[in-house]
Design a protein around this ligand. Structure first.
Ligand SMILES: Nc1ncnc2c1ncn2[C@@H]1O[C@H](COP(=O)(O)OP(=O)(O)OP(=O)(O)O)[C@@H](O)[C@H]1O
Length: 245
């Protein structure tokens, strides 16, 4: 089963309505990108799906075991090695001690970090730390993986590499991935479908399917990127005008 949102609204005290009657169905095994300008409610949406927030109105249907979360900051425990950081997640998920080391090795291999099991976070590059964070998220063994701008702080080359690795990891694991970004090219590169959110309050403005043919066609991808960027800019301007009044 995937994730279903039915007329979901969210208000914060003080801020007011942030998400307005948002409905979407995300299929099991789908890789979806949620694209929107800063402050449009993307993180709030992930928090709702993770069960960290409750909707003010409407309802959501999320798999019983919930969802794993990965953020822009790796949030690794600095005094633990990469392996121990992943092991801790396995321990919290209830994996017995005698099976944990083999699973740590497997997960770190999956994110191309088999060689870094003993390294502490400060000995790793930003990209490597995000790989450990990804392994830690996978250690939770949930079908749904929520990713909140996980590569936003990385340089372009590292990000590019991680895009490739994430796509291949998604193909291998069949996870349902909900990936939040404000980067249009990243959304096209990674996902099978893009939901574009409006700003203040967040509603679905556009839905676009991304086929493999489109992804492999630079001219078509660039045209779609231009189109989505124009939509986002227009949305941002509308919002800036509203704020100025
Ligand atoms: N706990 C909170 N209490 C009150 N207002 C909040 C809270 N969390 C977020 N907001 C407000 O809700 C709106 C949406 O925030 P959210 O972080 O979900 O957006 P976002 O699209 O993820 O932003 P960004 O791209 O900048 O991370 C913003 O105006 C923000 O200031």
């Amino acid at each position: 089963m995937g994730v279903q949102l039915n007329e979901v609204s969210l208000s914060y005290p003080g801020t007011g309505l942030v998400i307005d009657r948002l409905s979407a169905r995300i299929e099991d095994g789908e890789f979806i990108a949620v694209l929107g300008a800063s402050g449009c409610g993307k993180s709030s949406l992930l928090n709702l799906i993770a069960g960290l927030l409750a909707p003010t109105e409407g309802w959501l249907d999320v798999p019983d075991d919930g969802a794993a979360f990965m953020f822009q900051d790796s949030n690794l425990l600095p005094w633990l090695s990469a392996g121990r950081n992943v092991e801790l997640a396995l321990k919290l998920a209830g994996h017995p001690k005698d099976t944990r080391q083999a699973r740590v090795d497997q997960l770190l291999e999956l994110v191309q970090l088999g060689h870094a099991v003993h390294k502490k976070p400060h000995e790793l590059s930003g990209g490597m730390r995000q790989r450990v964070a990804l392994a830690r998220a996978l250690a939770q063994d949930r079908q749904v993986l929520l990713m909140d701008e996980p590569f936003a702080a990385l340089d372009a080359i590292t990000r590019d590499l991680l895009h490739e690795e994430l796509r291949s990891l998604w193909e291998q694991t069949g996870k349902t991935i909900i990936f939040v970004t404000h980067n249009v090219r990243e959304a096209i590169r990674l996902s099978g479908r893009i939901l574009v959110l409006s700003s203040h309050p967040g509603r679905i403005l556009e839905t676009r399917r991304i086929t493999e043919d489109l992804r492999r066609n630079p001219a078509q991808s660039a045209a779609l990127a231009d189109e989505l960027t124009t939509i986002l800019r227009k949305e941002q301007r509308k919002h800036e005008r509203t704020d100025a009044n």
